[in-house]
Each structure stands twice: as C-alpha cells, then as structure tokens.
Design a protein. Structure first.
Length: 91
C-alpha cells in the first residue's frame, strides 16, 4: 500500500480597503497578533538579547553620538518595562 499524503492549504486573502468592527478585532485578537513581535521585543527582551544589525548600530551611533555596544556595556539602554521603572512611571 502506498502511503498517502494529504496537504491542507489555508489561504488568507487581504483586501486593500475595508473596515473591521471592534468586536472582530477584539474577538480574533487581531491587533495583539499584529503587534506581538514588536511588543515582545520592546517589553520582554533585554536590550542585550536583541540582534541589532550593523546598519542599525551605525544609525544609532549617528543619531546619539555613542555606539550601541557602548551603551549596552554601560547599562544605559533599557527595554520598555525597565525604562518605566527607571523613570518612575507606572502606566
């Protein structure tokens, strides 16, 4: 008996325009899913855990006048939760 392989293809088509009700956004957690990757990097990961590419490191140094590696070494860069604690913010 030959083995049978069944593949299921789930295809989602997007439309360039339209509206989504707040109930659908909430029920399907669309915003949560969309922003999860960004939010997790901003709040959960420590800055030293981020994989910052060289072009971004160079842009950081141009913008702030100090290298990314230097601020990491000096503990002068924070994730969002740490920044709130450092600044005494609770919301």
């Amino acid at each position: 008996n030959p083995a049978t392989l069944t593949l299921t293809l789930n295809l989602t088509l997007t439309q360039p325009e339209g509206t989504i009700s707040s109930e659908v956004l909430d029920k399907q957690k669309l915003i949560d899913l969309h922003y999860y990757a960004l939010a997790s990097k901003a709040t959960v990961f420590m800055p030293s855990m981020l994989d910052v590419v060289n072009t971004s490191k160079a842009a950081f140094e141009v913008q702030f006048g100090i290298s990314w590696d230097a601020v990491l070494e000096d503990d002068r860069v924070y994730n969002a939760q740490e920044a709130c604690q450092f600044l005494g913010l609770d919301a």
